[in-house]
Design a protein around this ligand. Structure first.
Ligand code: CUA
Length: 324
């Protein structure tokens, strides 16, 4: 009995210390969306339960190591233990109930993050090795950065052109896979103006680590400004093949792997190709395995000939040749 009381006291003191420590640490980046609320609540609850469990297990182990250590000269065997049905029932039933309760709370939190508000901003998210594109069907614009107005819910409908990727902005907390052949969805109501990043959270190939895109949360008035500018640029692009080519390159994700300033990314830079003839550049887009630039691997997807129209390919070539 004396030992049990000692262990309980040790666990109580240890739990208090551990709870103070665990709650003093900022585990997560700032919460910049309403959906972060239920997730952070759940995360906090689970961290506290884990802190207690850790102390509970370690308390018994450490106490036993000291209290029941072998005394000098004691050569006798330990007591033979057959098992303890009561104890086994307790340590099966209590964790079972705890885990089921957490699953239930997780279900409630998931429902809360998917709650739909009346006026959603529709965004179609395209993903591919290794870039993101964001299309705003109601606004008639497409962008390689995600822009969202603060205080408005966005409804993201997502898919993938090749393998499974995962849309994750840590500051928004919510995460969703993008899967070829089906659409998945996510709702985000950003609350804090600022710049964040989408990180692909599914191992998807050579440049998985660099599959990033900027996320800009703007004041609604600034968002409207951006929208108008973008719509103007889309109109101008119809006039000028170079501008059109730049837009296609951004929207198709080319710039996820090719720089325009000479720096090396997953693929060779587009800078300094103005002397190349058009046929070579077209061939490098539709048949990228035919001539691999030195120092690079044959990793460019082979389906751009199907994804892009002839006009779009010619516009990209015009854009590449315009780069100084
Ligand atoms: Cu896409 Cu990792």
């Amino acid at each position: 009995m004396k030992h049990i009381i000692n262990v309980i006291l040790l666990i109580i003191v240890g739990t208090v210390v551990m709870l103070v420590a665990v709650n003093a640490i900022e585990w997560l980046p700032i919460a910049a969306a309403e959906e972060a609320g239920p997730i952070d609540r759940l995360f906090g609850l689970e961290m506290n339960i884990i802190a207690f469990l850790y102390v509970f297990v370690m308390g018994f182990i450490l106490y036993s190591v000291f209290a029941f250590r072998r005394k000098p000269g004691d050569e006798s065997d330990g007591e033979h233990v057959e098992g303890n049905a009561t104890l086994e029932i307790i340590w099966t039933v209590i964790p079972l109930i705890t885990v089921l309760l957490l699953a239930l709370l997780g279900g409630f939190a998931l429902k809360e993050t998917m709650a739909k508000e009346p006026n959603e901003l529709e965004v179609n998210v395209q993903s591919r090795q290794w870039s993101w594109t964001f299309e705003y069907p109601e606004l008639g614009i497409t962008s390689d950065e995600l822009y969202l107005p603060a205080g408005f819910q966005a409804h993201l409908t997502m898919t993938s052109e090749d393998v499974i990727h995962s849309f994750w902005v840590p500051e928004f907390r919510v995460k969703q896979d993008t899967v070829p052949g089906i659409t998945t969805e996510l709702r985000i109501k950003p609350t804090v103006v600022g710049q964040y990043k989408v990180r692909c959270a599914e191992l998807c190939g050579t440049s998985h680590y660099s599959m990033l895109a900027n996320v800009n949360v703007l004041e609604p008035a600034d968002f409207d400004q951006w929208m108008l500018k973008k719509q103007g640029a889309a109109a101008a692009a119809l006039e000028d093949p170079v501008v059109f080519g730049e837009m296609v390159a951004q929207n198709t994700g080319c710039l996820g792997c090719h720089s325009i300033d000479g720096s090396a990314m997953a693929g060779p830079t587009w800078q300094g190709l103005s002397a190349k003839d058009d046929a070579y550049l077209v061939d490098s887009i539709v048949n990228p395995g035919s001539a691999i630039a030195e120092g690079f691997a044959d990793i460019m997807p082979k389906n751009y000939g199907d994804l892009l129209s002839e006009d779009e390919i010619n516009a990209i070539v015009a854009y590449i040749k315009s780069l100084e």
